[in-house]
Structure formats: structure tokens, C-alpha cells
Design a protein around this ligand. Structure first.
Ligand code: PEP
Length: 246
């Protein structure tokens, strides 16, 4: 049976003293039933690695370069992230697709770069409100996932997928458990057809998960935990969400 996973996506938030307090609280909140990780800004990875060393809380990045090395100013390679003990790398977050114009193909290349250095890519997919209203949700998420499946080929079963409807991210408007489950079932069927091993793969839900709604979302059969934005910055809320995993 697959284990549950809750990942905090800190986005571009935090400071060294505030992070130290937040991480201390998360560590003190153990034990958790499922796996817990935090994806922090690149510059905080060193501190995070030191503070979480020896705990079972894992950490990762919010992006990774598709390139191994070279003249790519501002980018950070998977090998560099591995040096800092990262377990996960988020790729294809909707904010990167929207503000940095990341294509499905680039997201797939980033996922492959992460896997190549032993990091597990957390591949985000999700539709905009206009796409949902147009009845395109299934086609959009399948297209986004298909690019990654194609690129990873026989390693596709090693990724984590996060379904994050764009209209639910940071808006306070969460997908209902039934809405989320319906898309997760579609994604699992697609993964099963591609890998033959989707019963072991984790599909997270993200989009305005909070301390009050996490348990009902995580109770759905194809929701294996969450990717948490805003609520991951408040220790008490994040701990409650981590404990909502059964
Ligand atoms: C996210 O950014 O991945 C996210 C899910 O954000 P929020 O929980 O704030 O909606």
C-alpha cells in the first residue's frame, strides 16, 4: 500500500529566524502517520538540511534546472540540490507555468533531470477556471501528465503527481473532495496505463488545503496526501494537516 505524503510549499516566503521556528515546531509535532516534507526557497536549503538532519522530515526545492551544468545564470541543477540532501523537487507548479512560461516539455525535462540525480519530482498539473468551465479539465491534466510520462518512460512510476487546480491555489476556494477525487482517478488510470504500477504511486491534492478541510480530502481513495501552500507557513495548521493523514 502506498504511504501518504504531505509537502509544504513555502513559495517565496520565510526568513532564517522564522524558518528555524517553523521547522522546530514541525519536528516537535512528530510522530506523523505519513511522510512529511518541506520545499523551501533555494537559499534556505543549507539551513533546512542542518536543522532537519537526524529527523524523519524531508526537504526539497520548488524548481530545478533541466540542464546539468553550464551558462544558465540563475538556475540550480539537480546535482546541486542532491548535495544539499534534497529528497524532492517540485516541477511544473502553475506559478512557474504562468509567470515563467514553462511548457509541458520543459516541465518533463526538469522532472527527468531531478530523477537523474536521485530526487523525486513532484509534478504539478491542473486546469484554470476557464478550462474547467469549458469542460477541458480532463484533457488538460492528461496532456500535462502525458508529456512527463513520455519523457520519463520506464522511470515514470518514480514520480509523485500533484493535482493542483489553478483556481484553487491561494484563493481559499478548495476543490470539493468529490471534484478532486474525480480528477485523481483519471490521473491514476493514465498512470496505470503507462506504468502498470499506479497503485503504488502517490497523487497529492493541492489548492487551499487547510486545517479544517484536509481530513476529508485525504480520506478520498485516490488522494494520497497534499501539497500545501499558505497553510504550510503556520506551524499549528501545517501540523494539523500532517496529522489529518490516516
Ligand atoms: C501551492 O502553491 O502549491 C498551493 C497549493 O497553495 P495554497 O495551499 O496556498 O493554495
Amino acid at each position: 500500500m502506498r504511504s501518504k505524503l504531505v509537502v509544504g510549499n513555502w513559495k517565496m516566503h520565510g526568513s532564517r529566524p522564522a524558518n528555524a521556528d517553523l521547522l522546530s515546531a514541525i519536528v516537535a509535532g512528530r510522530p506523523y502517520t505519513g511522510e512529511v516534507a518541506v520545499c523551501v526557497p533555494f537559499v534556505f536549503l543549507g539551513d533546512t538540511a542542518v536543522q532537519l538532519a537526524g529527523s524523519d522530515i524531508r526537504w526539497g526545492s520548488q524548481d530545478v534546472s533541466a540542464h546539468a551544468q553550464g551558462a544558465y545564470t540563475g538556475e540550480v541543477s539537480a546535482a546541486m540540490l542532491a548535495e544539499f540532501g534534497c529528497r524532492y523537487a517540485i516541477v511544473g507548479h502553475s506559478e512557474r507555468r504562468q509567470y515563467h512560461h514553462e511548457s509541458d516539455e520543459l516541465v518533463a525535462a526538469k522532472a527527468q533531470a531531478a530523477l537523474g540525480k536521485g530526487l523525486t519530482p513532484i509534478v504539478c498539473v491542473g486546469e484554470t477556471l476557464a478550462q474547467r468551465d469549458a469542460g477541458e479539465t480532463e484533457a488538460v491534466v492528461k496532456r500535462q501528465l502525458s508529456a512527463v510520462i513520455h519523457q520519463l518512460a520506464h522511470c515514470a512510476a518514480e514520480m509523485v503527481v500533484a493535482y493542483e487546480p489553478v483556481w484553487a491555489i491561494g484563493t481559499g476556494r478548495t476543490a470539493t473532495p468529490d471534484q478532486a477525487q474525480a480528477v485523481h482517478a483519471v490521473l491514476r488510470a493514465q498512470l496505470q496505463a503507462a506504468t502498470g504500477n499506479a497503485t503504488q504511486m502517490r497523487i497529492l491534492y493541492g489548492g487551499s488545503v487547510n486545517a479544517g478541510n484536509a481530513a476529508t480530502l485525504f480520506a478520498m481513495p485516490d488522494i494520497d496526501g497534499g501539497l500545501i501552500g499558505g497553510a504550510a507557513l503556520k506551524a499549528a495548521d501545517f501540523i494539523t494537516i500532517c496529522r489529518a493523514v490516516t
